[in-house]
Write a protein that binds this ligand. Structure first.
Ligand code: C2E
Ligand code: MG
Ligand code: MG
Length: 395
């Protein structure tokens, strides 16, 4: 009896070459892609569309690698009007064993597909450790609506410090999940929520909580600092995201200069039009934006010329690399900081943990930093003490 691999394929994105993307043409994409897959299957194999842009199939063991290579990045002739379609897909793959039930197999390929999505890989082969991760993810999804309704998410504030005078000059809002008294860090739930799109709900929850806090500072005569809030790139699919942000700002009647939107590194992001329109709207209405984790992707440099952001946050991996005191790393960071300044942006270095790192950054003109050397993300009450007491860091 032949041995098979089960595959779950999901269309990641598509684009009509020589033609603007139109949602109405997704029927053409599905049809052409299905025909293409059919052409690459042998008699004993099967493939079917199960929903939306997802397909599942059984491919013979000896064909699996060739098959995966053929389907991930495809350019197809479509019709006279749209000429060519470029289709990128991703797949979860499982080596079927005797005794597996259909629902086992579906669960395994789904888990592998989720990992492929998270790692932005074309395909991933299933491993049993992925099931545990998926079950945890399912738990997060199931608990999220209740957690948000019960306000179990808490906003922590990490100071940004001006290392020329060691004063607190801003802060970043970072969410925590207070689950029955234990604090769950964002990396344990944010990837799951991003996968599902529910991260948008959480980001607005955090943003509203921040605006409420700023309002309360103003009402109590405490001079606010600008608070930056992380927004997932998934928001950019929502044409009303800017309006929703401003309606919260208006609700609390706060000055726009007190909030900043951090957008995580956008390399690999394919809808620059939405992104730059969003940044422009924020700028026109007085809200600063920043690129978070700058330098972690491949097209970082293009972002600097294409986008009108205000602040570039140098990823913490650069600060960590400074620990080795390598001359090459220093040259790299020095030049990035100079270039970003010359292009007219402010630079913030993240992840500063040692005095040596802070000294180096000060010497090269990067005067705003964030890191454990000064403070970890703090609960609101602790942060307020720093703010009200006009803390002077001793570094
Ligand atoms: P980020 O926005 O780059 O935030 C900085 C992260 O670095 C935070 O991790 C912070 O605690 C950590 N950090 C700060 N200083 C140091 C340091 O000196 N050394 C080291 N090793 N780490 C430092 P955290 O709070 O675990 O957040 C992780 C990521 O989760 C954030 O990275 C951000 O991408 C995401 N995130 C957090 N809150 C939100 C939110 O409300 N919405 C969204 N969409 N993402 C969020
Ligand atoms: Mg951030
Ligand atoms: Mg960051």
């Amino acid at each position: 009896m032949p041995k098979y691999h089960a595959v779950c394929v999901n269309i990641k994105n598509f684009k009509f070459i020589n033609r603007t993307i139109s949602a109405r043409r997704s029927d053409v994409v599905l049809h052409e892609y299905a025909r293409y897959i059919e052409r690459h299957m042998s008699e004993n194999e099967i493939f079917a569309r199960i929903a939306g842009d997802s397909f599942v199939g059984l491919v013979m063991d000896e064909n699996i690698h060739k098959f995966l290579n053929k389907i991930s990045n495809v350019k197809l002739y479509a019709d006279k009007e749209c000429r060519f379609i470029q289709i990128n897909s991703r797949a979860g793959v499982y080596d079927v064993q005797i005794g597996d039930t259909v629902s086992d197999i579906m669960g395994y390929i789904d888990a592998a597909l989720n990992v492929a999505r998270e790692l932005n890989e074309d395909h991933i082969f299933f491993e049993h450790s992925m099931m545990e991760k998926m079950l945890k993810g399912k738990e997060v999804s199931a608990l999220f609506p209740v957690a948000i309704a019960k306000k179990q998410f808490e906003v922590f504030y990490q100071p940004k410090v001006n290392i020329l005078n060691n004063e607190l000059c801003g802060c970043e809002a970072l969410v925590r999940w207070n689950r029955k008294g234990s604090i769950v860090p964002p990396m344990e739930f944010i990837p799951v929520l991003e996968n599902e799109g529910t991260i948008c709900q959480l980001d607005f929850y955090v943003f509203e909580s921040v605006c409420e806090t700023i309002r309360s500072w103003v009402d109590r005569g405490v001079r606010p600092v600008t608070v930056s809030v992380n927004f997932s790139r998934i928001h950019l699919k929502n044409p009303n995201v800017a309006d929703e942000i401003f309606s919260i700002i208006d609700k609390y009647n706060i000055d726009t200069k007190y909030v900043e939107i951090e957008l995580t590194e956008m390399s690999g992001y394919d809808n620059y039009e939405n992104l730059s329109a969003f940044i422009k709207t924020m700028r026109d209405r007085g809200v600063h934006t920043s690129i978070d984790d700058f330098g972690t992707g491949y097209s970082s440099l293009n972002l600097l010329t294409d986008l009108d952001v205000d602040v570039v946050k140098l990823d913490k991996s650069y600060s960590i690399r400074l620990n080795n005191n390598e001359e090459k790393t220093k040259i790299l960071i020095h030049n990035i900081v100079n270039m970003v300044h010359e292009l007219g942006f402010k630079v913030i270095a993240e992840g500063v943990e040692t005095e040596e790192q802070a000294d180096f950054l000060r010497d090269i003109g990067c005067s705003t930093v964030q890191g454990y050397l000064f403070d970890k993300p703090l609960p609101l009450a602790d942060f307020e003490q720093r703010l009200i007491g006009k803390v002077k860091y001793t570094v």
